[in-house]
Design a protein around this ligand. Structure first.
Ligand SMILES: [Cu+2]
Length: 112
């Protein structure tokens, strides 16, 4: 009975930790998972100096990260198990999409 309570407490701590993960601090890495044709989480809020790492967790699709509105070139296409990353220094709102799949969109919000 006591073990059951301890295990449930640990589960709560782990759940809180996972929920807070996208709120990374400067110099840290925030991860965006790509799965089933979606960027997860779709909206990520970070502090300046944070690196965002997009990880392709698909079975077979390849994707890219394309900050089209900023006029930047599309990232290389990356395959399952591969990733791509970018560090954000300046506060602002950075919308992006996937190169080959324009319906896949996400936003990185950088604020102090
Ligand atoms: Cu894609």
């Amino acid at each position: 009975m006591l073990d059951f309570i301890v295990i449930n407490r640990l589960r709560c701590v782990l759940a809180v930790f996972l929920l807070m993960a996208p709120l990374a601090n400067a110099g840290e890495v925030a991860e965006v998972s790509i799965l089933k044709m979606e960027f997860i989480p779709q909206h990520v809020k970070i502090k300046p100096g944070t690196t965002v790492k997009w990880v392709n967790n698909e079975k077979r699709n390849n994707h890219s990260v394309y900050f089209e509105k900023e006029g930047l070139p599309e990232s290389d296409r990356f395959f399952p198990g591969e990733s791509w990353q970018r560090t954000f220094e300046k506060p602002g709102v950075y919308p992006y999409r996937c190169g080959p799949h324009p319906e896949m969109t996400g936003v990185i919000e950088v604020a102090k």
